[in-house]
Design a protein around this ligand. Structure first.
Ligand code: 3H9
Length: 694
């Protein structure tokens, strides 16, 4: 078998170029060299009247090879390859299946016509990696489809189905058949004059200043932190006019974005979401799951049930009373209606999903479930009681999962005779929307049970991260720690709104006080009460202000008042907050002082990184990247910063240790240097080093 990534086949007066670079035909240097060589070979052969360019395997070219980013560029560069295709004297038709993304669609747009199979999708998702289409995409897409369509494609990065791509003018035709046959037929049609060809660069982009201005205003408002969306708009604007100059503008913009920390953060996030699937249990055989039992019809249980139904699974929902069960079913139904409204599913699919839902107050109904997820109140005794019952009811081989956010899975598993079949499946609220699933592995959980948790996440289109057992697992353990840093900042003089604003400027979607109001301040209040008996005497208590809000009945959004006041969709300052701040600060006895926004961000992030380092050190997370993905997918961490430990590497372990030591002068109990960070500061090892090869 040849190890060539690009091959040429001559069929009478047609030449077929086939790219074969699994898994996704990314256009790495071997593909680019192969394409140039293929054109030379065809030219030399001399008898070709039309060329079909297609790909082997599951997809057309999915883009430039992202693993080459940040390394010295290897010639030929992709923009030159696309220009070579466009300038080639024999007409070339690109034949698309799978997903033609980024450099893939750019390669196709460099050809003289485009045909796609009905299931194909195209897109220019470079902005999601902090760059922009850099192989002519910002110049050719507007020429083919107009400025508004090109802006939509380039700024959203969305996957456009073939039918819509045809309407947009990005492709010329949709044909069914096996990909090689479609390519051969398309090339023959070119020769017969039945499929017109032209060079995209010869087309003119129709002017649309209004669309450009609106797009620029939108990106400045929606993505104030990001560089690449603005560069995308500037490059598309340059497509009105000379093609070569436009390409030069695009190249300059691409080269400005590529080395940015933002692009590195976004690329880390892209690979991270895939890397977390690399678990010790990945070779274990997952068990079949068709029927999922969900115990508890509250917000969490209904969300989990909705997610399972949307994934095509059958669900048995259990509640204690008929009234609670009816409420759960109504919530699921409303969730599914919401999915229809958002275009996520059709009416018919919603009806079919509801048809797969069984609701019962009798736990015996779970006898045939393949996997049961308990999502009831966070009380160990209640959970133990449920698991003991499930153990008696569920069939052999059924998996018993708890959706607990922090409780000990081993203790829960111990009440059953099947601890190997027990694990934690920690969903995030709203469970039918949030993409993260922490798969919590107990000491006795069997490898195939872990593999089933990961397989279930995939079915539900979620990203699973493997976590060990400790209070709060990966996410909530770290959250619990850094929220204390936020509360100390406020107690010591920073205003909650200043803290929120500083962190929102850093890139968080919402600051911690806004998040608290949204989640309900009673949750934190109850957690603090639960943990009070085990709180070390040396620990400073930071919860007094939040306690006071809850004790006033101000539990955030749901009560109309918390740190902020809520009036319909509007949010205002709470005029009574300052009185509480003054009173609690006086009680705490310190002298309030000013903090700069940078100081706020530094302390908050250093606290987060410290506990994240301990989570890695304790083996609760397999690698630093697992922590990053949990925070990116579940805690609103700014994606362009790559996650807390990717961000930590940009500061450096030595600088972090220095910071902690200086904060420790005020509070030596809270600010302790994690052993791992200390070792890293001494050895120069980074969190990125710890991700490698694991
Ligand atoms: C670009 O094109 C820049 C140009 O404009 C300008 C250049 C000058 N490179 O996602 P999957 C790997 S920027 C390298 O699980 P799926 C991926 O890591 C690029 N590797 O499959 C995984 O590896 P592993 C613009 C890549 O079927 C394996 O392939 N393009 C690339 O669920 C399978 O991937 C994009 O941003 C790549 N470009 O989804 C598209 N793509 O098995 C990025 C994937 O070791 N790709 N890999 O974990 C995707 O969105 C999805 O992979 C795709 C397939 C939808 C294509």
């Amino acid at each position: 078998m040849s190890d060539k990534k690009v091959s040429v086949e001559f069929v009478e007066d047609v030449a077929l170029i086939c790219i074969d670079n699994p898994p996704v035909n990314a256009s790495g240097v071997a593909v680019r060299q192969g394409l140039v060589a293929a054109l030379s070979e065809i030219k030399e052969a001399g008898r070709t009247k039309a060329i079909g360019l297609y790909c082997a395997g599951r997809t057309f070219v999915a883009g430039a090879d992202i693993t080459e980013f940040g390394k010295p560029p290897l010639e030929p560069l992709l923009p030159d390859v696309c220009n070579n295709l466009e300038d080639f004297e024999t007409p070339i038709v690109a034949v698309i299946h799978g997903t033609a993304m980024g450099g893939g669609l750019e390669t196709a747009m460099g050809c003289h016509a485009r045909v796609a199979v009905p299931t194909a999708k195209v897109g220019l998702p470079e902005v999601l990696l902090g760059v922009l289409p850099g192989a002519g995409g910002t110049q050719r897409a507007p020429r083919l489809s107009g400025i508004p369509n090109a802006l939509d494609l380039i700024l959203s990065g969305r996957h456009v189905p073939a039918k819509e791509a045809l309407e947009m003018g990005l492709i010329d035709r949709i044909e069914e058949g096996s990909i090689r046959e479609v390519a051969l037929a398309a090339a023959r049609n070119v020769i017969l004059g039945k499929l017109p060809t032209r060079r995209t660069c010869d087309l003119v982009t129709p002017r649309d200043d209004a669309a450009l201005e609106a797009a620029m205003a939108m990106v400045q408002k929606k993505h104030p932190h990001l560089i690449s969306p603005q560069k995308c708009v500037e490059a598309v604007a340059a497509s009105v006019g000379d093609f070569k100059q436009g390409l030069a503008t695009e190249r300059a913009a691409f080269m400005a974005c590529l080395p940015s920390a933002q692009s590195k953060g976004l690329i880390h996030a892209f690979f991270g979401e895939r890397a977390v699937a690399n678990i010790p249990e990945k070779k274990a055989q997952a068990r079949d799951v068709a029927v999922v039992g969900v115990i508890g019809g509250g917000t969490m249980g209904s969300g989990i049930a909705t997610s399972a139904l949307m994934a095509g699974l059958s669900v048995t929902l259990i509640e204690v009373t008929q009234e609670a069960l009816d409420r759960g079913v109504a919530t699921i139904s409303a969730n599914l209606d919401g999915a229809v409204k958002r275009g996520k599913m059709s009416d018919a699919k919603r009806d079919a999903a509801l048809g797969r839902l069984t609701a019962s107050t009798d736990m015996m109904t779970l006898a045939d479930a393949d996997l049961v997820i308990e999502a009831v109140f966070e009380k160990m005794e209640i959970k133990k009681d449920i698991f003991a019952k499930l153990d008696g009811i569920c069939k052999e081989g059924a998996i018993l999962a708890s959706n607990t956010s922090y409780l000990d899975i081993n203790e829960i598993a111990a009440v059953t005779k099947r601890p190997a079949d027990v694990l934690g499946l920690h969903f995030f609220s709203p469970a039918h929307i949030m993409k993260l699933l922490e798969v919590v592995v107990g000491t006795q959980t069997a490898p195939e049970v872990v593999a089933t948790g990961f397989a279930l996440a995939k079915t539900m289109r979620k990203v699973a991260v493997r976590a060990g057992v400790c209070d709060g697992f990966i996410g909530n353990r770290i959250l619990g720690h850094y929220l204390k840093a936020a509360s100390y900042l406020v107690l010591d003089g920073a205003h909650p709104y200043q803290v929120d604003n500083a962190l929102e400027r850093f890139g968080f979607a919402m600051g911690p006080h806004r998040v608290g109001d949204l989640a309900g301040l009673d949750i934190g209040y109850m957690t603090r009460k639960r943990l009070a008996p085990s709180r070390p005497t040396e620990e400073r208590y930071g919860g007094a202000i939040a306690d006071q809000l809850s004790e006033n009945g101000w539990n955030g959004r749901k009560t109309g008042k918390g740190y902020y006041v809520y009036d319909g969709r509007e949010t205002h300052e709470n005029p009574d907050l300052n009185v509480i701040l003054d009173a609690e600060r006086t009680k705490a006895g310190g002298a309030p002082r000013a903090f700069s926004d940078d100081d706020i961000v530094d302390r908050y992030m250093t606290a987060m990184i410290s506990e994240a380092a301990r989570v890695v050190e304790d083996g609760i997370a397999l690698r630093p990247v697992d922590v990053d993905v949990v925070f990116l997918m579940g805690y609103g961490f700014p994606r362009f910063r790559g996650g807390p430990l990717h961000y930590a590497d940009t500061i450096g372990a030595a600088a972090l240790v220095e910071r902690i030591e200086s904060y420790a002068k005020e509070d030596a109990h809270y600010w302790q240097v994690p052993a791992l960070l200390q070792q890293m500061a001494e050895s120069g090892r980074t969190f990125a080093d710890m991700n490698k090869g694991r």
